[in-house]
Design a protein around this ligand. Structure first.
Ligand SMILES: C[S@@+](CC[C@H](N)C(=O)[O-])C[C@H]1O[C@@H](n2cnc3c(N)ncnc32)[C@H](O)[C@@H]1O
Length: 430
């Protein structure tokens, strides 16, 4: 495969191309590299850039210069798979590298067009780009480092460039899990020892340990990657073992009620009980607590549960009964916390929910799972009813889960809708 690079700073590439595996890939004839200086596309003393139209201070690479580079390089090496670089482009990920490697191999010619200054005239990307790549949500001075990053990542995927193909297929982000931790000599380094199982020679035990360690690391540090990735049921089970136990409580007391939003109580509803129980079952919640101190409301819940948590309910609808098995009736929040502590041996972290921001409680975003889960404590997600939890309860929370909003000013979700959305954002797989 030929790799063409059209750049303003050709000299940046010399040490990069003459080092290690990239040099070896050229020596072995797996790739050849053609570097073109964009200044070769203009007459002496002619500029390659021009000021942008409209207000603004930036200079852009002129479209005729890019056209000349593309024409010259395609004439020499044939039609290319052409990649431009921009912070606005598609985020460079392992799947994108895999896709580029495949398409570049098919064409036999990959062309990289890193920009400088304020970038290139927008029409060249429109005319030529097969892919516009960003290496992250930040702005660099030019596209040469991104071009080198793309080459470092993509070339590892070209057969023959890396010695052992297994070292590539086992890498982080090649599947739903990141790579497992690896160790070398010495066995003891500053009091930290290599796990015994790794030295045991027992292949099955080592494989198990590695898969488990990879799943744990992914859950605690890369949950966003995992939840966006297709997983087998085996991988799902492995990952779930590392998610701390989650509980849900819906408060029908210690909530604000009425037009004046004063502390009070609300009624239980069968539709909320059903729907939140079914969402809880879907997202792996251990128990769903309904909290009401009112005796008549408790009677309603008890009557309801006496059907669903007995054989009559199971016979009527087994799936529904399985979800309803998660429901527990409690008097107040302290009882909920005590029940969780008794079962888990640790007090839960409380993640309160509110339709509005709350001062003084740390706000959680829906990609902050690692921050909470690394504390290795059970988690209680607390929902209010009426006009929301009273300030005294919100202040007891360790975190406030970000209010749910759309691009409108309507802010009146039912508790069962809010619970489903929050459970999905926090624990769901996309
Ligand atoms: C100073 S940047 C221009 C940034 C542009 N004004 C913007 O805000 O999107 C100049 C060039 O550097 C490269 N570049 C900068 N940041 C990048 C990133 N995060 N990913 C890929 N290329 C980048 C691109 O080729 C870009 O055209």
């Amino acid at each position: 495969m030929n790799i063409s690079i059209a750049t303003v700073f050709k000299e940046l590439y010399a040490p990069f191309l003459n080092t290690s595996l990239i040099k070896r890939a050229q020596d072995q004839g797996i790739i050849s590299v053609d570097l073109l200086n964009l200044f070769d596309c203009v007459q002496p003393k002619e500029r390659i850039d021009a000021p942008t139209f409209g207000h603004g201070t930036g200079m852009l690479i002129r479209p005729q210069v890019v056209e000349c580079a593309v024409d010259q390089l395609e004439k020499k090496h044939g039609e290319a798979y052409k990649i431009f670089f921009s912070p606005k482009g598609k985020k460079l990920t392992q799947p994108l590298l895999q896709s580029i490697a495949k398409k570049a191999q098919k064409k036999g010619h990959l062309m990289l067009l890193p920009a400088r200054y304020e970038g290139m005239d927008a029409r060249v990307e429109q005319a030529y780009a097969d892919e516009i790549v960003s290496v992250g949500d930040f702005v660099l001075m030019g596209g040469d480092v991104p071009a080198m990053m793309l080459l470092e990542g993509m070339l590892r995927l070209i057969p023959g460039v890396v010695g052992k193909p297994e070292s590539v297929t086992h890498d982080s982000f090649m599947g739903p899990f990141v790579d497992y931790p690896e160790y070398t000599e010495p066995v003891d380094w500053h009091g930290m020892t290599v796990p015994e199982v790794i030295r045991s020679g027992n292949h099955q035990a080592i494989k198990d340990w590695r898969e488990n360690a990879a799943a744990k690391d992914t859950v605690l540090h890369h949950f966003a990657w995992l939840k966006n990735h297709a997983v087998t049921s085996e991988q799902k089970k492995r990952a779930a073992q590392h998610i701390p136990p989650h509980y849900v409580a819906v408060m029908h007391s210690d909530v604000l009620v009425g037009p004046d939003k004063l502390p009070g109580t609300t009624s239980v509803t069968s539709i909320d009980m059903h729907d939140i129980a079914r969402s809880s079952c879907t997202y792996g919640i251990e128990q769903f607590f309904i909290v009401t101190p009112l005796k008549d409301q408790q009677e309603i819940v008890k009557r309801f549960l006496s059907f669903w948590q007995t054989s009559a309910g199971a016979e009527y609808n087994q799936n529904r009964s399985r979800a309803m098995d998660l429901v527990r009736l409690t008097e107040n929040l302290d009882e909920v916390i005590a029940a969780i502590e008794k079962k888990e041996g640790k007090k839960p972290l409380i993640l309160a929910t509110s339709a509005r921001p709350v001062e003084g409680v740390q706000l959680l975003f829906y990609d902050d799972q690692g921050l909470v889960w690394q504390q290795n404590r059970p988690v209680l997600i607390l929902f209010g009813t009426g006009s929301g939890l009273v300030p005294e309860l919100l202040e007891r929370a360790d975190y406030l889960m970000g209010p749910i909003n759309g691009f409108t000013d309507y802010n009146h979700l039912s508790v069962r809708s809010a619970a489903a959305i929050i459970m999905d954002r926090w624990l769901g797989i996309k």
